[in-house]
Design a protein around this ligand. Structure first.
Ligand SMILES: [Zn+2]
Length: 276
Protein backbone atom coordinates (compact mmCIF):
# COMPACT_ATOMS: atom_id res chain seq x y z
CA UNK A 1 0.00 0.00 0.00
CA UNK A 2 2.75 2.36 1.01
CA UNK A 3 4.49 1.90 -2.30
CA UNK A 4 1.23 2.37 -4.24
CA UNK A 5 0.65 5.60 -2.33
CA UNK A 6 4.20 6.77 -3.08
CA UNK A 7 3.68 6.01 -6.79
CA UNK A 8 0.41 7.96 -6.78
CA UNK A 9 2.09 10.93 -5.08
CA UNK A 10 4.94 10.83 -7.60
CA UNK A 11 2.42 10.72 -10.46
CA UNK A 12 0.59 13.77 -9.10
CA UNK A 13 3.86 15.70 -8.71
CA UNK A 14 4.99 14.79 -12.23
CA UNK A 15 1.57 15.64 -13.67
CA UNK A 16 1.68 19.00 -11.92
CA UNK A 17 5.16 19.78 -13.24
CA UNK A 18 4.16 18.77 -16.77
CA UNK A 19 1.11 20.98 -16.60
CA UNK A 20 3.26 24.12 -16.63
CA UNK A 21 5.22 26.39 -14.36
CA UNK A 22 2.69 26.42 -11.56
CA UNK A 23 1.32 29.86 -12.23
CA UNK A 24 -2.04 30.43 -10.56
CA UNK A 25 -3.26 32.27 -13.66
CA UNK A 26 -3.32 29.10 -15.72
CA UNK A 27 -6.85 27.96 -16.35
CA UNK A 28 -7.87 24.77 -14.63
CA UNK A 29 -8.91 22.59 -17.51
CA UNK A 30 -9.17 18.88 -18.00
CA UNK A 31 -5.78 19.12 -19.66
CA UNK A 32 -4.03 19.66 -16.33
CA UNK A 33 -5.61 16.52 -14.91
CA UNK A 34 -4.97 14.31 -17.90
CA UNK A 35 -1.64 15.25 -19.49
CA UNK A 36 -1.12 11.87 -21.10
CA UNK A 37 -2.22 12.04 -24.74
CA UNK A 38 -3.69 9.29 -26.81
CA UNK A 39 -3.25 8.78 -30.51
CA UNK A 40 -5.91 10.66 -32.46
CA UNK A 41 -8.81 8.39 -33.26
CA UNK A 42 -9.32 9.88 -36.73
CA UNK A 43 -6.28 9.29 -38.88
CA UNK A 44 -6.19 11.47 -41.97
CA UNK A 45 -5.56 9.87 -45.31
CA UNK A 46 -2.36 11.83 -45.91
CA UNK A 47 -0.82 12.39 -49.34
CA UNK A 48 2.43 10.60 -50.18
CA UNK A 49 5.80 12.39 -50.29
CA UNK A 50 5.70 12.26 -54.11
CA UNK A 51 2.24 13.84 -54.18
CA UNK A 52 3.44 16.60 -51.85
CA UNK A 53 6.49 17.33 -54.01
CA UNK A 54 4.31 17.45 -57.13
CA UNK A 55 1.85 19.84 -55.45
CA UNK A 56 4.65 22.18 -54.37
CA UNK A 57 6.10 22.19 -57.90
CA UNK A 58 2.66 23.01 -59.31
CA UNK A 59 2.01 25.90 -56.92
CA UNK A 60 5.58 27.19 -57.29
CA UNK A 61 5.05 27.49 -61.05
CA UNK A 62 1.74 29.28 -60.56
CA UNK A 63 3.68 31.82 -58.49
CA UNK A 64 0.77 32.99 -56.35
CA UNK A 65 1.10 33.09 -52.55
CA UNK A 66 -0.96 30.57 -50.62
CA UNK A 67 -3.11 31.93 -47.81
CA UNK A 68 -5.02 28.76 -46.96
CA UNK A 69 -5.96 25.31 -48.18
CA UNK A 70 -9.25 24.15 -49.64
CA UNK A 71 -12.53 23.85 -47.80
CA UNK A 72 -13.23 20.21 -48.60
CA UNK A 73 -11.43 18.59 -45.66
CA UNK A 74 -11.34 19.48 -41.96
CA UNK A 75 -7.61 20.07 -42.04
CA UNK A 76 -5.62 23.01 -40.69
CA UNK A 77 -1.91 23.81 -40.84
CA UNK A 78 -0.23 25.07 -37.68
CA UNK A 79 2.83 27.09 -38.71
CA UNK A 80 5.60 28.33 -36.41
CA UNK A 81 7.89 31.18 -37.47
CA UNK A 82 11.21 32.69 -36.37
CA UNK A 83 12.91 29.58 -35.01
CA UNK A 84 14.76 27.60 -34.15
CA UNK A 85 15.42 29.00 -30.70
CA UNK A 86 15.36 28.43 -26.96
CA UNK A 87 11.71 27.23 -26.96
CA UNK A 88 12.00 24.80 -29.85
CA UNK A 89 12.36 21.64 -27.77
CA UNK A 90 9.40 22.64 -25.59
CA UNK A 91 7.19 23.23 -28.62
CA UNK A 92 8.26 19.92 -30.11
CA UNK A 93 7.62 18.05 -26.86
CA UNK A 94 4.13 19.54 -26.59
CA UNK A 95 3.22 18.76 -30.22
CA UNK A 96 4.79 15.30 -30.20
CA UNK A 97 2.89 14.24 -27.09
CA UNK A 98 -0.31 14.90 -29.03
CA UNK A 99 0.92 13.64 -32.43
CA UNK A 100 0.34 17.06 -33.98
CA UNK A 101 1.72 17.66 -37.49
CA UNK A 102 3.21 21.13 -38.09
CA UNK A 103 5.38 23.38 -40.24
CA UNK A 104 8.33 25.51 -39.13
CA UNK A 105 9.58 28.61 -40.96
CA UNK A 106 13.22 29.10 -40.12
CA UNK A 107 15.52 32.11 -40.01
CA UNK A 108 18.93 31.13 -41.39
CA UNK A 109 20.80 33.22 -38.84
CA UNK A 110 19.52 30.97 -36.01
CA UNK A 111 20.67 27.76 -37.61
CA UNK A 112 24.30 27.69 -36.41
CA UNK A 113 23.30 28.27 -32.77
CA UNK A 114 20.35 25.86 -32.76
CA UNK A 115 21.52 23.23 -35.21
CA UNK A 116 20.27 20.29 -33.14
CA UNK A 117 16.91 21.97 -32.55
CA UNK A 118 16.48 22.34 -36.32
CA UNK A 119 17.44 18.70 -36.82
CA UNK A 120 14.75 17.73 -34.33
CA UNK A 121 12.23 20.00 -36.06
CA UNK A 122 12.90 18.30 -39.37
CA UNK A 123 12.00 14.85 -38.01
CA UNK A 124 8.64 13.17 -38.44
CA UNK A 125 5.31 15.04 -38.55
CA UNK A 126 7.10 18.24 -39.65
CA UNK A 127 7.70 20.31 -42.72
CA UNK A 128 10.42 22.96 -42.69
CA UNK A 129 10.39 26.16 -44.71
CA UNK A 130 12.52 29.26 -45.18
CA UNK A 131 11.77 32.57 -43.43
CA UNK A 132 14.86 34.47 -44.78
CA UNK A 133 18.26 34.80 -43.18
CA UNK A 134 17.69 37.73 -40.80
CA UNK A 135 13.99 38.62 -40.89
CA UNK A 136 14.31 41.89 -42.76
CA UNK A 137 11.39 43.59 -44.45
CA UNK A 138 12.09 42.31 -47.97
CA UNK A 139 10.15 45.07 -49.71
CA UNK A 140 12.66 47.60 -48.35
CA UNK A 141 15.55 45.77 -50.07
CA UNK A 142 16.65 45.71 -53.69
CA UNK A 143 16.50 42.51 -55.71
CA UNK A 144 20.11 41.48 -54.97
CA UNK A 145 19.73 41.99 -51.22
CA UNK A 146 16.48 40.05 -51.23
CA UNK A 147 18.12 37.20 -53.08
CA UNK A 148 20.91 37.01 -50.49
CA UNK A 149 18.37 36.96 -47.63
CA UNK A 150 16.33 34.20 -49.25
CA UNK A 151 18.91 31.94 -50.86
CA UNK A 152 21.53 31.99 -48.06
CA UNK A 153 18.87 30.89 -45.59
CA UNK A 154 17.45 28.25 -47.91
CA UNK A 155 20.94 26.73 -48.27
CA UNK A 156 21.76 26.88 -44.55
CA UNK A 157 18.53 25.05 -43.67
CA UNK A 158 19.00 22.42 -46.39
CA UNK A 159 22.55 21.72 -45.20
CA UNK A 160 21.24 20.75 -41.76
CA UNK A 161 18.02 18.98 -42.72
CA UNK A 162 19.46 17.26 -45.79
CA UNK A 163 16.31 18.04 -47.76
CA UNK A 164 15.33 20.66 -50.32
CA UNK A 165 13.61 23.67 -48.77
CA UNK A 166 10.70 24.55 -51.01
CA UNK A 167 8.37 26.48 -48.73
CA UNK A 168 8.97 30.17 -48.20
CA UNK A 169 7.37 32.71 -45.89
CA UNK A 170 8.40 36.36 -46.15
CA UNK A 171 8.78 38.20 -42.82
CA UNK A 172 5.66 40.27 -42.03
CA UNK A 173 4.06 38.68 -45.09
CA UNK A 174 5.71 41.42 -47.17
CA UNK A 175 6.73 40.50 -50.71
CA UNK A 176 6.99 42.19 -54.10
CA UNK A 177 7.64 41.17 -57.70
CA UNK A 178 11.35 40.60 -56.97
CA UNK A 179 10.56 38.35 -54.02
CA UNK A 180 8.05 36.39 -56.05
CA UNK A 181 10.49 35.90 -58.90
CA UNK A 182 13.34 34.75 -56.61
CA UNK A 183 11.06 32.32 -54.77
CA UNK A 184 9.63 30.88 -57.98
CA UNK A 185 13.08 30.43 -59.53
CA UNK A 186 14.29 28.68 -56.39
CA UNK A 187 11.48 26.13 -56.82
CA UNK A 188 9.68 27.26 -53.69
CA UNK A 189 6.14 28.41 -53.01
CA UNK A 190 5.20 31.40 -50.85
CA UNK A 191 3.08 30.43 -47.86
CA UNK A 192 1.20 33.17 -46.02
CA UNK A 193 -1.72 32.60 -43.63
CA UNK A 194 -5.42 33.32 -43.14
CA UNK A 195 -5.42 33.19 -39.34
CA UNK A 196 -3.00 35.38 -37.38
CA UNK A 197 -2.74 34.41 -33.72
CA UNK A 198 -1.18 37.87 -33.20
CA UNK A 199 1.30 36.33 -30.79
CA UNK A 200 4.09 38.37 -32.39
CA UNK A 201 2.11 41.55 -31.73
CA UNK A 202 2.23 40.94 -27.99
CA UNK A 203 -1.08 39.12 -27.53
CA UNK A 204 -1.36 37.16 -24.28
CA UNK A 205 -2.39 33.53 -24.25
CA UNK A 206 -6.08 34.30 -23.87
CA UNK A 207 -6.03 36.63 -26.88
CA UNK A 208 -3.93 34.17 -28.92
CA UNK A 209 -6.42 31.43 -28.05
CA UNK A 210 -9.37 33.60 -29.04
CA UNK A 211 -7.89 34.65 -32.39
CA UNK A 212 -7.24 31.05 -33.37
CA UNK A 213 -10.26 29.37 -31.83
CA UNK A 214 -12.79 31.80 -33.30
CA UNK A 215 -10.98 32.22 -36.60
CA UNK A 216 -10.06 28.83 -37.97
CA UNK A 217 -12.07 26.91 -40.55
CA UNK A 218 -11.31 23.91 -42.77
CA UNK A 219 -8.14 24.70 -44.73
CA UNK A 220 -6.82 27.41 -42.43
CA UNK A 221 -3.12 28.16 -42.25
CA UNK A 222 -2.50 29.47 -38.75
CA UNK A 223 0.38 31.84 -37.97
CA UNK A 224 2.17 31.20 -34.66
CA UNK A 225 5.69 31.79 -33.32
CA UNK A 226 7.67 29.12 -31.59
CA UNK A 227 9.72 31.23 -29.19
CA UNK A 228 6.90 32.62 -27.12
CA UNK A 229 5.73 31.25 -23.79
CA UNK A 230 2.26 32.73 -24.25
CA UNK A 231 1.88 30.83 -27.53
CA UNK A 232 2.88 27.57 -25.88
CA UNK A 233 0.39 28.15 -23.12
CA UNK A 234 -2.39 28.97 -25.58
CA UNK A 235 -1.61 25.86 -27.61
CA UNK A 236 -1.55 23.58 -24.63
CA UNK A 237 -4.63 24.77 -22.80
CA UNK A 238 -6.93 26.01 -25.53
CA UNK A 239 -5.91 25.66 -29.16
CA UNK A 240 -4.99 21.97 -29.28
CA UNK A 241 -7.99 20.91 -27.16
CA UNK A 242 -10.28 23.08 -29.34
CA UNK A 243 -8.96 21.52 -32.57
CA UNK A 244 -9.42 18.07 -31.11
CA UNK A 245 -12.94 18.86 -29.97
CA UNK A 246 -13.85 20.16 -33.43
CA UNK A 247 -12.37 17.00 -34.98
CA UNK A 248 -10.04 19.18 -37.01
CA UNK A 249 -6.85 17.49 -38.15
CA UNK A 250 -3.55 19.38 -38.13
CA UNK A 251 -1.42 18.61 -41.20
CA UNK A 252 1.81 20.05 -42.60
CA UNK A 253 1.66 22.69 -45.33
CA UNK A 254 2.82 20.30 -48.10
CA UNK A 255 0.16 17.80 -46.99
CA UNK A 256 -2.43 20.57 -47.21
CA UNK A 257 -1.25 21.59 -50.68
CA UNK A 258 -1.45 18.01 -51.96
CA UNK A 259 -4.49 16.69 -50.09
CA UNK A 260 -6.70 19.73 -49.62
CA UNK A 261 -5.41 22.43 -52.00
CA UNK A 262 -6.98 25.85 -52.50
CA UNK A 263 -9.06 26.16 -55.66
CA UNK A 264 -7.97 28.45 -58.52
CA UNK A 265 -10.75 30.83 -57.54
CA UNK A 266 -9.54 30.90 -53.94
CA UNK A 267 -5.97 31.54 -55.08
CA UNK A 268 -7.05 34.45 -57.26
CA UNK A 269 -8.90 36.08 -54.38
CA UNK A 270 -5.90 35.94 -52.02
CA UNK A 271 -6.79 36.03 -48.34
CA UNK A 272 -10.44 36.84 -49.19
CA UNK A 273 -10.62 33.40 -50.82
CA UNK A 274 -10.20 31.87 -47.38
CA UNK A 275 -13.35 33.32 -45.82
CA UNK A 276 -15.92 30.87 -44.53
ZN1 LIG B 1 8.72 36.14 -38.66
Amino acid sequence: MASAKATLTLFIVVAFLMAGCGSSTEPATKETKAPAAKRPTTKPDLPTAAEQTAAIAKFSKLGRPIYCGGKAKPWVALTFDDGPGPYTERVLALLNRRHIRRTFFINGKNVATYRDALRHEARSRSAVGNHTWSHKLLTSLDAEEQKREIISSQRAIARVTGRPVNLFRPPYGAHDKYTDRIVRRSGAVTILWDIDSEDALGANYKEISRHVKHGFRPGSIILLHENRGQTLRALKYTILPALKKSKVIPVTVPEMLAGNPPSTKQLRRGRDGCAR
